[in-house]
Design a protein around this ligand. Structure first.
Ligand code: SF4
Length: 446
């Protein structure tokens, strides 16, 4: 049987923003690691987009060597403390584990190793500087990966961040109850120790142009993410009390609206909030609104089994009293000036579409109302278009297989290339881009 993670009590957690999952103790980790069969053909590795040597790092835990374990993980993943908390493990390595329903808790073992390393306070040697300079625009996971891989080679690296704190989506998108800010802060302390400079409040296209960056630095990496929210274009979306999930999360995670008056950026407390969407961001916004004191209902137009959010977080949300209304579509938001309710339509399965799947269609004349004073819309994001680079119609940057963008010396990766958020894609693009930048600066490319 899997070793279960201890969690903060469901009643207590509504009164704070502390991490819900407590991770593994030494004993838990050892017990869980003992269950790994050390498969000769480890299917879990095939399920990991970063290709971490999972059985080897688990073996190190078994043998009481968590530092060797974290070293093993870091050969492929520079951010184990982040992935150890928010990776989509249930659909990836753990879904591929040969033990099926009793799959090894790979994510929690990864978190355990990263926590051990963080506690050890090992003194890092400062790298010897070379003469080459790199600008990293955007300090989210893609930029952090590039900086973390290249700084030890001695490059002089400056990261430019639009906000007043670094971390991109890891800071403004992920609530503290899923990942403590200490984790993000520790990653930047590490990067700064390696000599990476972080320049905050610096916006591409306003504070500087891409051409200026390219002329000033030997190489430039653009990892500015995808942060323009998509809406659904229904009546009432402009009423007071309607938020995009992005805005709502920035107001709490970055502006600390939940800590007013300790911070000077209040966030209105609502009585009843309806969240539209079924992804992780929708769930994070719903759980945040719940902690802000609202009763919360989530609307999703497909079935429970089709919810894209992480299943363990869905369980947490249900424990916290969030109502999930599946197969329900938001027709219009009602109110005069401010939100007073939302009109919904139940859905059913209709005829097959061209992919052989049943279409979700509204059930006619079955509309119903939910009284609410706020609505959070979470229908995905897209990137800001960067006009100096060739982009696709959705604004995502075109790159080649070595993450080179259309301007010489400029590389890109992460959500601004993918067009939508994905932590593992950001890390894997960051790894590829770092290798290409290193080749480029060593004169092996072009
Ligand atoms: Fe261990 Fe599961 Fe991977 Fe086999 S598939 S090596 S049991 S984690």
């Amino acid at each position: 049987m899997r070793v279960e993670e201890k969690k903060q009590h469901r009643f207590r957690r509504l009164n704070n923003f502390d991490e819900v999952g407590k991770g593994f103790t030494e004993q838990d980790a050892k017990k869980e690691a003992e269950r790994c069969l050390q498969c000769k053909n480890p299917t879990c590795v095939k399920g990991c987009p970063l290709g971490i040597d999972i059985p080897s790092f688990i073996k190190e835990i078994k043998e009481d060597s968590p530092f060797s374990a974290v070293k093993k993980i870091k050969e492929q993943n520079p951010l184990p403390s982040v992935c150890g908390r928010i990776c989509h493990n249930e659909n990836l390595c753990e879904a591929a584990c040969i033990q099926g329903e009793n799959a090894i808790s790979i994510r929690l073992l990864e978190r355990f190793c990263a926590e051990k390393e963080a506690l050890s306070q090992t003194t890092l040697k400062k790298p010897k500087k070379n003469k080459k300079t790199i600008a990293i625009i955007g300090s989210g996971p893609a930029g952090m990966t590039v900086a973390g891989i290249l700084a030890p080679y001695g490059y002089t690296i400056t990261m430019f961040e639009a906000m007043h704190l670094p971390g991109g989506v890891l800071r403004f998108g992920i609530p503290e109850f899923r990942m403590s800010r200490d984790v993000v802060n520790a990653e930047f302390t590490y990067l700064e120790h390696l000599g990476v400079k972080i320049q905050k409040n610096s916006i591409l296209g306003k504070s500087f142009s891409l051409e200026e960056m390219r002329d000033t630095y030997d190489a430039v990496f653009v990892g500015v993410g995808a942060s323009i929210p998509k809406f659904i274009d229904i009546p009432g979306e402009n009423l007071n009390g309607v938020y995009s999930a992005n805005e709502y999360m920035i107001r709490t995670n970055l502006m600390r609206g939940n800590s007013f008056p300790g911070h000077h950026t209040p966030l209105k407390k609502h009585k009843k909030t309806v969240v539209i969407g079924g992804g992780n961001l929708a769930l994070d916004a719903a759980r945040t609104a719940r902690r802000m004191g609202a009763d919360v209902t989530m609307l999703f137009k497909r079935s429970f089994d089709e919810l894209p959010a992480k299943r363990s977080e869905v369980v947490n949300a249900q424990e916290e009293g969030i109502e999930l209304l599946m197969m329900t579509y938001a027709k219009q938001i009602l109110g005069e000036g401010a939100v007073q309710g939302i009109e919904c339509t139940p859905m059913m399965l209709g005829e097959m579409d061209e992919f052989g799947e049943k279409k979700h269609v509204p059930i006619e004349d079955s509309e119903f109302l939910i009284d609410c004073d706020s609505v959070i819309i979470s229908m995905g994001q897209r990137p800001h278009r960067i006009h100096e680079l060739q982009c696709y119609s959705n604004g995502s940057i075109m790159v080649d297989d070595q993450m080179r963008a259309s301007m010489k010396g400029v590389f890109s990766g992460g959500d601004v290339v993918a067009g939508e958020p994905s932590l593992l894609k950001a890390i894997s693009d960051g790894k590829k881009a770092a290798a290409s930048i290193h080749d480029f600066l060593s004169g092996d490319m072009f």
